[in-house]
Design a protein around this ligand. Structure first.
Ligand SMILES: Cc1cc2nc3c(=O)[nH]c(=O)nc-3n(C[C@H](O)[C@H](O)[C@H](O)COP(=O)(O)OP(=O)(O)OC[C@H]3O[C@@H](n4cnc5c(N)ncnc54)[C@H](O)[C@@H]3O)c2cc1C
Length: 380
């Protein structure tokens, strides 16, 4: 039976109040380096797991305490509402975790709990040079070697790839011509031989992304997620959670930022007020839409290509909130020194929101072709 979400929210809220002193360190003054933020996040994950909160909403047979994805969404929302940043590690597990549970339950049983306790970090290895929007053209190859695989090739833009313990990697096992029919999903242990990782410095100075090189890297057969050559269906399943839950996590964060901005904007500043209002509307639209997607996922539905709407709304809201912060603090944006403050750093990062997880142009094409079924150009 589905949990009473209102009473869950109230119980968790009471917990954050009781533990206020212990939780103070996790309040929103985030350290600016990615590795420091992840380190801080580990502490909070350990606390949330020890008291059972982060086990809620995950299936019992892989170590969770049962319930569904809505419980997790409520807890993240409450945490941000209490002014405490949800550890970034959750963005990865919420993206790839449901697919690992569904297609590799044995792996999930072994790895989910350590992840939730903050002892593990994974990354998502889909994109490659020349294979981002056109994912089915990826070339990183896995060759079967009696019981396992040897992986060779390159991944790029993997968030946390240089810091992670494992990568959920989509690799080619079929011919190049087989496109999406010749792909396989693997959970690659990144501490193994034949793997080189390099961070990529972003425009805001952060080192979140990475490139990862594989040179005949051995990967155990037990690392298979789903079946050989059936990785595309794992990726498509995974994407629904990336669209719905990743967007929800970002939305929850935007909610807190907006509340802080609304307190700071000068009511006599028409541009600041207009931008904050516009951002609020975008964040509310994102909240309503992603909750709808999460509820559908909880009911076992397959939202499919409609979730591209969630991605478009996410990029719109991310950028609107950062633009509002710029309008409210124009002087800080214009005259800041080389050390970018948080708002400027966030503004730069949000420019990528219409690219990561599938670009805005590609999402609109998916909606046109697969949801609205508009006629293609050049076709009668
Ligand atoms: C902050 C950030 C985090 C990321 N994290 C990860 C991660 O963890 N794991 C991972 O695997 N990847 C990650 N990525 C990569 C991301 O998924 C890709 O950048 C994205 O899919 C676009 O691919 P691309 O960069 O190769 O651009 P391209 O596919 O080369 O696109 C370039 C431009 O062409 C446009 N374009 C391409 N094809 C079409 C088309 N058919 N119709 C119209 N326009 C088109 C695009 O909209 C874009 O503007 C991340 C990217 C960013 C910016």
């Amino acid at each position: 039976m589905a949990a009473d979400l209102t009473s869950l929210a109230a119980q968790f809220h009471a917990w954050t109040d009781e533990r206020a002193a212990e939780l103070a360190v996790f309040r929103h003054e985030h350290p600016s380096s990615v590795s420091d933020r992840l380190e801080l996040g580990r502490g909070l994950m350990a606390l949330l797991a020890a008291d059972g909160w982060s086990l809620r909403g995950w299936p019992e047979d892989v170590g969770g305490s049962g319930g569904d994805i809505r419980e997790r969404a409520v807890l993240y929302d409450q945490l941000e509402g209490a002014g405490i940043g949800v550890p970034e590690q959750f963005t990865v597990i919420e993206t790839v975790g449901p697919a690992v549970i569904r297609f590799a339950p044995t792996l999930a049983k072994e790895l989910l709990l350590p992840y939730l306790r903050g002892e593990e970090l994974w990354c998502q290895g889909f994109s490659e040079p020349e294979a981002g929007s056109d994912l089915a053209s990826l070339r990183c190859r896995a060759v079967a070697t009696g019981g396992g695989f040897l992986v060779s090739g390159q991944k790029i833009w993997s968030s946390y790839g240089h810091l992670a313990d494992r990568m959920v990697a989509l690799v080619r096992t079929g011919s190049a011509e087989s496109r999406h029919r010749g792909l396989t999903m693997l959970m690659v242990d990144l501490s193994g031989p034949g793997i080189t990782r390099r961070p990529i410095r972003l425009a805001n100075g952060e080192e979140e992304l990475s490139e990862v090189f594989f040179d005949d890297a051995p990967v155990a057969g037990s690392s298979l997620i789903g079946e050989v050559d059936k990785g595309w269906s794992v990726a498509m399943y995974l994407l629904q959670f990336e669209r719905g839950m990743y967007a929800w996590l970002r939305m929850a964060r935007l909610r807190g930022r907006l509340a802080r901005l609304a307190r700071r904007v000068d009511p006599a500043d028409p541009i600041g007020c207009r931008e904050v209002g516009r951002a609020l509307a975008a964040q509310r639209a994102l909240r309503a839409r992603t909750w709808h997607t999460i509820a559908r996922l909880a009911e076992g539905e397959t939202p499919g290509p409609e979730t591209s709407v969630d991605k478009v709304l996410l990029a719109t809201a991310e950028q609107a909130v950062a633009d509002a912060a710029r309008a409210v603090d124009l002087a800080a944006f214009t005259f800041a020194t080389e050390d970018l403050d948080d708002a400027r750093s966030e503004w730069f990062y949000t420019r990528a929101a219409s690219i990561y997880g599938g670009s805005a142009e590609v999402q609109r094409s998916i909606l046109a072709d697969h949801v609205l079924k508009l006629p293609s150009e050049g076709k009668a």
